[in-house]
Design a protein around this ligand. Structure first.
Ligand SMILES: Cc1cc2nc3c(=O)[nH]c(=O)nc-3n(C[C@H](O)[C@H](O)[C@H](O)COP(=O)(O)O)c2cc1C
Length: 191
């Protein structure tokens, strides 16, 4: 069976983003072995001077090295993250920074960096409070994830997004959640 890494960056217990992601992951688990990283349950440090120095000497903490290798070797990646401060929760950036390890998730030659990950596809699932569409200049999550996918050699990226979640009725929210689940289930049939 092929493998899939699921990064759950949904920080709220009642997360609507997670509600959309879970049936999609459940469907994918019929074809992929899932490794799940729930960022709310992990503890990790911010990358600061000391950690950069350690890394320059080739000293990687075993936890992030193991996460990075899991990401490098997986066939598919799914990220579920709500739209926060026009982007995504900082825990996700922190986690991805820790996993961005030279000679693991990316490599370099004399002129530039290039990707070293196996995953041919990435699925990003999100919900947004305001009425902001994927690709709007105010939406700064997908540009970053696409750029990081390039650095790591992953791609292409599919997006399942709902928007205007905080300005419609509960019924409307529910409809949007159900529609996103349907779209996602359809997408992953051939994914
Ligand atoms: C800390 C925080 C920051 C947010 N920032 C934004 C934002 O910048 N733009 C926006 O449209 N919605 C923002 N929202 C609203 C969320 O995107 C929206 O409620 C989303 O559906 C939450 O997803 P969740 O139910 O999976 O937690 C924010 C919500 C929180 C809790």
């Amino acid at each position: 069976m092929k493998s899939l890494v699921y990064i759950d960056a949904c920080m709220r217990k009642e997360s609507r983003t997670r509600r959309i992601a879970e049936p999609i992951i459940s469907k994918l688990s019929e074809r992929y072995t899932i490794t799940k990283f729930v960022l709310n349950e992990l503890s990790f440090e911010i990358i600061k001077e000391d950690l950069i120095q350690q890394r320059m000497y080739g000293n990687y903490d075993p936890q992030s090295l193991s996460w990075a290798k899991t990401i490098r070797d997986t066939d598919r990646i799914v990220i579920a993250a709500p739209f926060w401060d026009m982007s995504y929760p900082s825990a996700l950036k922190n986690f991805l920074e820790l996993c961005s390890i030279f000679n693991v998730t990316f490599k370099s030659d004399d002129t530039t960096c290039y990707g070293n990950c196996k995953a041919e596809k990435l699925l990003y699932i999100t919900t947004r409070g305001m009425d902001i569409s994927t690709g709007d200049p105010l939406e700064q999550a997908t540009p970053y994830l696409k750029a990081l996918s390039w650095l790591w050699g992953i791609g292409p990226m599919d997006v399942i997004a709902t928007q205007n979640m905080d300005y419609v009725s509960e019924d409307e929210v529910e409809k949007k959640v159900q529609q996103a689940i349907e779209t996602g289930l359809y997408l992953v049939e051939n994914w």
